[in-house]
Design a protein around this ligand. Structure first.
Ligand code: NOJ
Length: 539
């Protein structure tokens, strides 16, 4: 009997940014009821699973990535009862559900942090976080920077400082304290018992800090990307792997189907592969792919080096083009610098959305033809662009404030989805309700309803590609081999006579002999593959 591929090795997973999918309670913010009303859409789109951004109790300083209670749902989003109902309904629709686990930091409103503040210096309560005395009375303990801008340290009234690699409202936990590890094991079990299929691990590369908290001495603001070194004091420390080994054991104890996907921004594919060794997390996002410029040499080498590193540990690749943290790829690919993912400090570059859209269509066929699993970010199936002109007074990303209003941050990719109708809120919420971020009026042409009626829309391309991906045995998990082609064209074979070709050059390319054209991102021109076009071929 043939061995069945584990679902997570080739699943197409749809990221739901909870605040922005659909509002069912008329407060302008997306919620669990909203997701429940869209499950049919997601199933018909052809995705295998959904990942939902944090739904826990939270003061929402960072869109829910500041958790005050890991075992309850924020009233803004619903109740535990709603979460249970959603989990069941996702399963009834034949899909799986992954939730977001935020282990690097809590909210400053979490009872543990409140206790730490009142218990004072030297207490066991402070030992759950990273409190230190400053170098001098008004100087933080070291030179670490917050990813959102400014110092990574905030002083409390008794004079001690606490570490926060993100906003001041997100104090970092001390993962060297066994109490912290035990608490998260409980949290994992709590949600596994409620039927979730897996966890996306937030900041998986950040949990452990070098004990002596040495200076970075880099003096740069943009430390979100780990420098190409493996001795960084707070990113990608070797000790994080012990945590993941213990989590894997817990997941395995629920049968083989519960999984983790790591958000780990690390320096090299080999470093990433360490997170997905057979006894650690199952999968990890491939951010090299997302950050690659739209250039054949770069894409080819990212694909090759990542496949090689992951093959060596037996893990599948997880391809991704967009998320709630980066500039939407239709916009990225329409810029002169196609690899700028944001949050941006400099003035935005001009964007050619027509070019960006064309490349995004080709990128989808490339991504879905590669071996492994792929994550889609809500709205990319509609070809939504980054909204770059949100009024400043409405910006909510802590980056805006912490950068001294120099970086607008990530709100532009988080604007609520347009579902139907000619005017905002386009079915995102009841008529007359103001969404938490305003939708551009021209999204009337980008609603699910408008695009469903158009065979050439981005949505139709996504639907066709996902339907084919399910029916073609060649796609998903497995091998790939490069075929001969000029350097500006990527062509690879996936077995069972299936090939994918992507033209990243400036001239149309004569396709080699093939039996049947299965799908193309643009119409062929006299049998040729036009620039910025991809095709799936039976060969
Ligand atoms: C990564 C999340 O995706 C992002 O949205 C969040 O701000 C940071 N981690 C901090 O939790």
């Amino acid at each position: 009997m043939a061995v069945k591929t584990p679902w997570w090795r080739d699943a197409v997973v749809y990221e739901i940014y909870l605040r922005s999918l659909t509002d069912s309670s008329a407060d302008g913010v997306g919620d669990i009821g909203g997701i429940r009303s869209r499950l049919r859409y997601l199933r018909d789109l052809g995705v295998d699973a959904v990942w939902i951004t944090p739904w826990y109790r939270s003061p929402m300083v960072d869109g829910g990535y500041d958790v005050a209670d890991y075992q309850d749902i924020d009233p803004l989003f619903g109740t535990l009862y709603d979460a249970r109902a959603l989990i069941d309904e996702v399963h009834d629709s034949g899909m799986r559900i992954i939730i977001d686990l935020v282990p690097n930091h809590t909210s400053d409103q979490h009872p543990w942090f409140q206790d730490a503040l009142s218990a004072g210096p030297g207490s066991a309560e402070r030992g759950r976080y990273i409190f230190r005395t400053g170098r001098a009375p008004d100087q933080p303990p070291n030179d670490w920077r917050s990813v959102f801008g400014g110092s990574a340290w905030t002083q409390v009234p008794d004079g001690e400082w606490y570490l926060h690699l993100f906003a001041a409202a997100q104090p970092d936990l001390n993962w060297r304290n066994p109490e912290v590890a035990a608490e998260f094991e409980d949290i994992l079990r709590f949600w596994l018992d409620r039927g979730v299929d897996g966890f996306r691990v937030d900041v998986a590369h950040g949990l452990i800090k070098a004990s002596d908290l040495p200076d970075l001495s880099i003096g740069r603001e943009d430390l979100i990307e780990p420098p190409d070194r493996t001795d960084h004091p707070h990113w990608d420390r070797p000790e994080v792997h012990d945590i993941y080994r213990s989590w894997r054991r817990i997941a395995e104890s629920y049968g083989g189907d519960r999984i983790f996907v790591a958000e780990a921004w690390v320096a090299t594919p080999d470093r990433l592969a360490r997170y997905v060794r057979p006894d650690e997390l199952h999968t990890a996002f491939n951010f090299d792919f997302l950050r690659s410029p739209w250039r054949p040499d770069s894409l080819r080498s990212v694909i090759q080096s990542n496949m090689k590193a992951l093959d060596a540990v037996g893990a599948p690749a997880i391809w991704v083009l967009s998320s709630h943290d980066v500039t939407r790829h239709v916009t990225r690919y329409g810029r002169p610098h196609t690899s700028t993912v944001g949050p941006r400090h400099e003035l935005p570059e001009p964007v050619d959305l027509e070019v960006g859209t064309r490349r995004a269509r080709a990128a989808l066929l490339l991504m879905l033809a590669l071996p492994g699993s792929a994550y889609l970010y809500q709205g990319e199936e509609l070809g939504l662009e980054e909204v770059e002109d949100l009024p400043e007074e409405l910006l909510q990303d802590p980056t805006w404030h912490r950068s001294g209003h120099t970086a607008r941050g990530r709100d532009g990719c988080r604007v609520p989805l347009p579902w139907h109708g000619p005017v905002p809120p386009f079915g995102f919420a009841a008529d007359g309700v103001q969404p938490w971020l305003p939708q551009p009026r021209h999204w009337a042409a980008r609603t699910v309803q408008a695009e469903s009626d158009d065979p050439n829309s981005m949505l139709s391309l996504y639907r066709n590609a996902l339907t084919l991906r399910h029916s073609l045995e060649a796609l998903g998990d497995g091998e790939m081999s490069w075929l001969d082609s000029p350097p500006e064209v990527l062509v690879f074979h996936r077995g069972h006579g299936l090939a994918c070709a992507v033209n990243l050059g400036e001239k149309p390319w004569e396709l080699p002999e093939y039996k049947r054209l299965l799908l193309a991102s643009e119409t062929l021109q006299d049998g040729k593959l036009a620039p910025d076009t991809a095709a799936w071929l039976e060969v």
